[in-house]
Design a protein around this ligand. Structure first.
Ligand code: HAM
Length: 428
């Protein structure tokens, strides 16, 4: 007996996006593209993998993502690459390489790869929509980037979204703060969670990001960065918050919001969905990274951006019961049923598609009944029937697939007038 052939599944922590759910996916991307365009961004497409140094230097080699979650591999030429765990460092690498005119405003849609423990809303390959602006530290840009995210969330039907903001200060005021925090942690090291007790000194700020009760308890008693940033950083932060408020966007200060990557300076922000569980309620986040271009070998260039997880946005829409179709209506207009011996459908569908109708057809010359079943399943609004009799008479029968009223169910129209008749029917 021969061995059964093994079947394959998508890798652990990944998922396939298929119809009809993929229409929502497409709708999110299309809506985001429209918003990005409206805000003056152009699309940037960069490779799915980069030299590992782009991320080690960019997001910080002590960040959890670089240390534990990156997919690092040697190619056949022994170059060490990493699949991108996020979208910002590659965009800044591209900026440094190509030196575009500033301000450079780029948007992207990209998979991101992180070896995380898979759970609802947390994947090893997730997908992000994001924007980055390089070349200005004007607080008006911080407001614009945050506003783009907020308006996009509103447009896709999310109402229960909360915006949290914080400031990471600049290099010097943050370094002085980290020293204070270090002192506090040395004195309280026994109280930290097991994950941080031994490694906190590699990057004390990470402890603020820890959700474990022990670390929360220790840091709550300690100094907060926002109370120790310098005057210019404070003024920048206050201008951002006031700018948001001037366009009706309310934000709340979260002094623990240090985010997971080392590149952040000054403004940081996160959007959470109140409709989701706290383990995966972050639907988007970002901030400034005024030193990242230099860290990647470029000239000093300020930057800011955000990324938003498509899977999280879909979960949030589900949790808020947003009508799936409110983004893109991806239903068929027409389904052609051909029972002639001559395959008339090939010409008819070509004509209808060229006239702009979303049209599908049956194949394999199946019976009228079998084709009708497929038409019913297709979700099309109308079926077009063409059999030997209609063909000979130069006619097509249009059947309303959603009507229960037999009178209105079907009508015959001349073959050459079918596009006009359908346009009128679909506009009704
Ligand atoms: P991030 O917060 O790591 O930031 O990711 C952005 C968003 O991606 C999160 O808010 C979340 O919606 C989604 N996300 C992250 N990890 C996963 C996962 N494992 N499964 C599903 N969704 C996930 C960044 O990546 C930065 N590059 C954002 C940025 C842009 N900062 C400045 N510019």
């Amino acid at each position: 007996m021969s061995e059964p052939i093994t079947t394959f599944q998508a890798p652990v922590g990944t998922h396939d996006v298929l119809g009809p759910a993929s229409a929502q996916w497409e709708g999110l991307v299309a809506t985001f593209a429209q918003f990005a365009y409206r805000y003056g961004f152009e699309l940037a497409v960069t490779p799915m993998f980069e030299e590992v140094g782009v991320f080690n230097r960019g997001i910080g080699e002590h960040s959890d993502v670089a240390k534990k979650e990156m997919y690092v591999f040697a190619d056949r030429g022994d170059r060490i690459y990493a699949l991108r765990p996020e979208g910002t460092a590659p965009i800044v690498r591209a900026y440094v390489q190509h030196n575009p005119t500033t301000p450079w405003k780029a948007w992207y849609v990209t998979p991101a790869f992180r070896y995380e423990r898979p759970q609802a809303g947390r994947y090893r390959q997730h997908h992000q929509l994001g924007v980055e602006v390089l070349g200005t530290d004007d607080p008006a840009v911080d407001v614009e980037v945050i506003a783009l995210a907020q308006r996009f969330y509103e447009a896709i039907g999310l109402a229960r979204v909360r915006l949290m903001v914080n400031s990471m200060g600049h290099d010097e005021c943050r370094a002085a703060y980290v020293e204070r925090l270090r002192k506090h942690l040395v004195e309280n090291v026994d109280g930290l969670c097991v994950d941080h007790r031994d490694v906190w000194h590699q990057n004390p700020l990470r402890v603020l990001d820890c959700k474990k009760v022990q670390c929360v308890a220790v840091t709550t008693m300690g100094p907060m960065l926002i109370d120790h940033i310098c005057d210019p950083c404070r003024a920048h932060f206050e201008t951002v918050v006031a700018g948001l408020s001037s366009i009706g966007i309310e934000s709340s200060l979260n002094p623990r919001l240090v985010r997971g990557f080392d590149y952040y300076t000054r403004t940081t922000f996160e959007f959470v969905s109140e409709a989701l569980d706290s383990a995966q309620d972050a639907i988007g986040g970002g901030g400034r990274y005024d030193k990242l271009a230099e860290q990647l070998g470029g000239k000093p260039t300020s930057g800011i951006g955000f990324g938003s997880g498509i899977e999280r946005l879909l979960l949030a829409r589900d949790a808020e019961d947003v009508e799936p179709r409110n983004l893109l209506n991806r239903t068929l207009d027409l389904f052609v049923i051909d029972t002639t011996d001559e395959d008339v459908a090939t010409v008819l569908v070509d004509e209808l598609r060229s006239a702009g109708f979303a049209t599908d057809r049956a194949y394999d010359r199946r019976s009228m009944k079998a084709q009708m079943k497929v038409a019913d399943k297709s979700g099309a609004r109308f079926a077009l029937l063409i059999g030997p009799k209609e063909h000979a008479a130069g006619e097509v029968t249009i059947r309303d697939l959603r009507s229960d009223n037999f009178e209105q169910l079907q009508r015959s129209v001349a073959r050459r007038e079918v596009a006009l008749a359908l346009a009128n029917l679909l506009n009704d």
